[in-house]
Every structure is written in C-alpha cells, then in structure tokens.
Write a protein that binds this ligand. Structure first.
Ligand code: NAI
Length: 279
C-alpha cells in the first residue's frame, strides 16, 4: 500500500495499515513531515502497547513494514491519498498517481467532502477511484465511509471494503453527496445545539449532559465542537447550507463565536474556556 500525505490523517492510516499487515510506503512532499510521521507512528504504537491495545512483539514487525518514499516511485497495489483538502492539489496528485501506478491499482482518497467523480475524471481509471473516509484518530476510530463517485465500480467498492477490514475497520457505503453520512448528521446536531444555546433553552453544560446521559453520545456537542474547531464546523455548515439549503444555515451564535476567535481548544477557548491549553 502507498499512503500519500503523512500529516494527521496519513500517519494514522499508515499506522492502521502496518498494524493490519500491509507493507506501506509513505510519501509526502515534505521530508520533515515524513520523518515526523515515522517518529509519531512509533510513539503511538508504543503508547498502544502501554495501554494493552497492541502486543509489544507486533510493534517491531509493524514498524518494519513502513518505508519512506520521498520520490513517489513505489510499486503499490493500493493507494490511499491524504494530502490537504484542496481540489487543485488533489487533481494534480491523482493525475500523477495515474501515470505512476499500474492500471489495475485502486486509488482511494480520504477527502472529507470533495467530489470523487471530479478527482476520478483526471485519471484513466475512474472506475478504480473511490473515497475512503477515515476518522481522527485513525488507529482508534472504527469506521470508514466508502464513497462512490459516479463511475466507481462494484469491484472497487469490494476491494476498498476488504482493505479496510484488514485494517480492522468497519465500513459503510455512501454515494458521493455533501457531508456523506457522518458529517451531515453531526453538523445538524451541532448546529441545533447552538440554536438552543442562543435561544436560552438550556446552558451549554446541560445540553452536553443531556446528550451524553440521555442519548448515550460519548461526548456532548459543545465538547465535540471545541475539539474539532468551531471554524471547521462553520465551514462544513456553510458548505452544506450552500449545497443543500436552509436546514443547514449556521446558527448566528456559532458565527459570532468564530468572529470572536473562540475557535475551541486550539484557541484556548471555544464554547468552554481552556486556560491550560495554548492560545
Ligand atoms: P494535514 O495538513 O495534517 O496533512 C497533509 C499532509 O500532506 C502534510 O504532511 C503535507 O506536507 C502533505 N502534502 C501536501 N501536499 C502534498 C502533495 N502534493 N503530495 C504529497 N504530500 C503532500 O491534513 P490532514 O488533516 O491529515 O487531512 C488530510 C486529508 O484528510 C484532507 O483531505 C482532509 O479533508 C481529510 N480528513 C481529515 C480529517 C481530520 O480530522 N483532520 C478527518 C477525515 C478526513
């Protein structure tokens, strides 16, 4: 397998692939990012051992399966791309992957919302291009959304599902559409929570508590949005609003929080205050 882009998601994908027994080549435009990823994967695996989630003897074997590939000349049988969410970058890398990889190789993208059909169209193998949407942190999160573009073949969906299963993931299949399944539902829940807060229906703490204890959500919507970033959530909602209508109109309070710089944990404050986190 080749993993293209070794940032937050790419290194998690490489971790899960190596732990699942794949030989993985890692490629990144930045040599520094590549080295950082290899160091981080080792650290994450050591932590998994300490938490009893991975047998110590598996770590050495998994790490030995990871190879840096600065030049993108690997002879992979399956490719997962995780470079930044920028359509022009994705189109360029897919055109290049299409030239470099054998024609039977499946090219998967971890895009959160760009069009698989548009990405596939720059290749000569649109039937062998699919979305493979992982969740952060990849080693811990069970789900992969398999996203079908217009021309993605059944055989490609089956191949992606098999690879995901070997990476110890569960899959769902979804047609290319804004927000797929998870982001669409999650954006609405998060927005509804902001609407309730701005209407004074309940406090942020009580809305979080209600969803956790009454609906069994592992985190409250405000705890979650503080982790994800309010700016990230707002941009997802703006995209859904533009593509699917008024139901997704971002709550005024969310827009105000973003304007005020209350972006979540990363900013030291979001819906809640995080005095100990960097600002
Ligand atoms: P990131 O910014 O952490 O990592 C991107 C990596 O790609 C960087 O190491 C960068 O040096 C490298 N890169 C940039 N241009 C490149 C090129 N032309 N060729 C090779 N490498 C290149 O980004 P992150 O968060 O890992 O996101 C990657 C993709 O995964 C995006 O499409 C994003 O929408 C998607 N995604 C992100 C999630 C998240 O929670 N961050 C969740 C699910 C999907």
């Amino acid at each position: 397998m080749a993993v293209i882009g070794t940032g937050l998601m790419g290194r998690g994908i490489a971790y899960a692939a190596a732990a699942g027994g794949f030989d993985v080549s890692l490629h990144d435009v930045s040599g520094e990012a590549l080295n950082r990823a290899l160091i981080q994967i080792r650290k994450d695996m050591e932590e998994a051992v300490a938490r009893g989630k991975m047998p110590a003897e598996d770590v050495k074997a998994a790490l030995a399966r990871l190879q840096p590939d600065q030049e993108l000349d690997s002879d992979a049988d399956f490719v997962i791309e995780a470079i930044p969410e920028d359509i022009s970058l994705k189109l360029r890398i897919f055109a290049r992957l299409d030239r470099v990889c054998r024609e039977d190789v499946v090219l998967a993208t971890n895009t959160s919302g760009l069009s698989i059909t548009e990405i596939a169209a720059v290749t000569k193998r649109p039937g062998r291009v699919a979305g493979m949407h992982f969740f952060n942190p990849v080693p811990k999160m069970k789900l992969v959304e398999i996203v079908r573009g217009l021309e993605t073949s059944d055989a490609t969906v089956a191949a992606v599902a098999e690879v995901a299963a070997r990476m110890n993931k569960e899959t769902v299949t979804v047609k290319e559409s804004p927000g797929f399944i998870t982001s669409r539902v999650n954006a609405l829940i998060g927005n509804e929570a902001f609407l309730m807060l701005q209407e004074g229906v309940a406090s942020a703490r009580d809305i979080d508590k209600a969803l956790k204890l009454g609906l069994n959500h592992p985190m409250g919507p405000f705890e979650l949005v503080d982790l994800v970033g309010l700016d990230t959530r707002l941009s997802v909602l703006e995209f859904l609003h533009k593509s699917m209508g008024e139901k997704y109109k971002p709550a005024t309070l969310l827009v105000q929080y973003v304007k005020a710089g209350r972006l979540g944990r990363k900013a030291g404050r979001g819906v809640y205050e995080y005095p100990d986190e960097p600002r």
